[in-house]
Design a protein around this ligand. Sequence first.
Ligand code: MG
Length: 396
Amino acid sequence: MTTPSPRWRRQILFADVDAMFASAAAVKDPSLAGKPVAVGGPPPRGIIAAASYAVRAFGVRSAMPTAKALQLCPDLILLPPDPPLYRQLHEAMRTVTDRLFPLTEWSSIDEFYADTTTLQSLHPDPLALGQLVKEELYAATGLRSTVAIASGKTIAKIAAECHKPDGLIVVKPGTEPSFLAPCPLHTLPRIGPKTAARLQALGLTTIGDLLDARWDSMLQRLFGNSLTVIRDRARGIDNEPVVTDRDPKSVSRETTFDRDTRDPNLLERTLREFLGLLTHHLRQDARAAASCLIKLKDSRFIVTTKRRRFPHPLNDEAVMWPTVRQALHELISPETAYRLVGLALTDFAPASPSLFDQRRAQALEAMDRLIVRYGPSVVGLGGIFPRHMTRRSTVT
Ligand SMILES: [Mg+2]
């Protein structure tokens, strides 16, 4: 039997797709897998936007002129950028992160931070959580990624940087300074390539060197007031919050049907699945919602909404469902065909543990574990989405 690992005061997960644009090309055309692919503009003026690991072996890097890349790797397969493909893969990744995490900050199209502090009872082993994220992203997109889990954003990003490609690394609390010390200087944000080169000329090569008292006066001159922050980061001290790029005041889901529907049962089943998923997010985030908002769009694109308050803030699907269902039936007009249905939960309050009795709380926690692993459709509502229904869902 293994002893449970102690709870982290703060836990941040960072994930970054490996060579996203080049890897995306191989997802679209599998015959390109493992080949020296790069994405960029043609010579003489073009530059490389992304290089696969196969061409990186030749010394090709992003931002390099394509002409030089072709000198280094004459067999290079140059492809133009494919933004619609990247957007499609990004949305597929968001579907995964929306399901796994209450809050995600996408810092670019292919990398995100998630604050996983409140998920530790669901995922006591950070290594297993990282593995799950890698597998889910791969299953949804065919893209490999590197995942790092640490106590702050900066260190998680550096750790991922040092373990690419297809990496998985957990930096345990308390080990941050020793982990960072041997990392190259340029991996620390705020130390650009120019500054790194200047420091290198003076004899500093690693993040640990920034903490060496021998360099105090020189670093003071170079960085001035920023030195305190830089040295905090070099020690792994970083309390920057994960900030969602979406409105945290509500969570919502909506979907557009392939064919407009007059079937109230289909609308009900769809809302019930949304409610299950949204309450799952609220519980993970220790929040409860005081109101719900139902949205319908009919075949003439007319949108109608109905808002209802719960007797008090809730995050238990079974208790909330009668209110949501009743609001839906007040909103539906007979003989109207609907193309879209959506549900938002708003007016958040912190969830109090006394909201449930002990057994109900345990049942919900078990269900949350299943939702994280298999998705919401398996829990109680197995496979409610018929084939003719497309899902364009968002959590805001
Ligand atoms: Mg990347």
